[in-house]
Design a protein around this ligand. Sequence first.
Ligand SMILES: *Cc1c(COP(=O)(O)O)cnc(C)c1O
Length: 379
Amino acid sequence: MKFNTKTIHAGQKPEETSGAVMPPIFQTSTYAQQAPNVNKGYDYARVGNPTRTALEKLIAGLEDADECACFASGCAAMDAVLKMFRPGDHIIASNDLYGGSYRLFTKVFEPMGIDFSFIDMTSMQAVQKARTEQTKLLWIETPTNPLLRIVDIEKLTSFAREHDMLSLVDNTFASPYLQQPLNLGADMSLHSTTKYLGGHSDVIGGAVATSNSEVMEQIRFQVKTTGAVPGPMDCYLTLRGIKTLSVRVQQSVENAKKVATFLDKHAQVDRVIYPGLESHEQHEIAKKQMKDFGAMVSFSLKDDSQEKAQEFMSRTSIFTLAESLGGVESLVSHPASMTHGSIPKEVREKAGLKDSLIRLSVGIEDADDLVDDLAQAFE
Ligand SMILES: *Cc1c(COP(=O)(O)O)cnc(C)c1O
């Protein structure tokens, strides 16, 4: 089955008792058993729920994975993955990554004895230098957030395999429509389904897809034991959102290209970061590993101050000032004070995150209106 067909059909046969075309919302906490431990595949809803199963099969299909486990949030999915590791284990992650990942790593797992190195993962040398005998996982985020660097997934995952490390790609920014990490050698692809998969800014969720059965066994154990599971209504909303993933993401990407081109020529703009621009440092890698260049655009102002950036953002009207991304509506945010506020200023600056950096999540509105909105905010 090709990708666009999978978004509609993977994991979703009409329901058996009624023929309902859409997966029903199984709002139940438990299931009748024919005899002790004889059941129809479900015994208790922390462990499993048919609406959740439909979503898991769908995302596994999109990621070309054998299996997928869904969670109550992207952060819960990350938490479950990290609980596979033990004190003394070492994880290499990007120095430019989702702020909530950084907080989870440094405030929850570092105090428990897991070591992290935060480095520029676009540099193979930096990755080689950071690796120790204790390194168990490469945590790859690409495009990175908010600097939209592109990490070469194939190169890093083959390095991971050579040295007996696992590799994970946080695929939230690209979505499986644009990038399929397992096909590039990754062991796990992780999502905040809150973003492009859900796509309508109305539900929080997370997922981990993998074809590594040992990894999945441990993740399923976490699902059952710590129970950060999504409710059936949330699974339904995400299932519904994914139906239009291809058309939404493609339209967002077309719009993002127009927005990036406009910003690139604007006199008040210092630098536009968009993987689709030839000036982007890893443009060629993006071309190689992504179907298209994504719908996130970051830019900094010539006048590099938080005040100037905040002034700009308070003047947009179609771009809503909000955290998050990946919905049908366009959003604008200020990473230094919002999503990345929990990262210390020195760490931010070392990673190249300027005070005036503005991040756009481009939606599916008319591109002309989006460009006009930005143009008037500069004036
Ligand atoms: C939002 C996000 C997360 C966290 O997901 P939640 O659903 O908000 O818990 C993780 N990684 C990336 C890249 C994200 O954008």
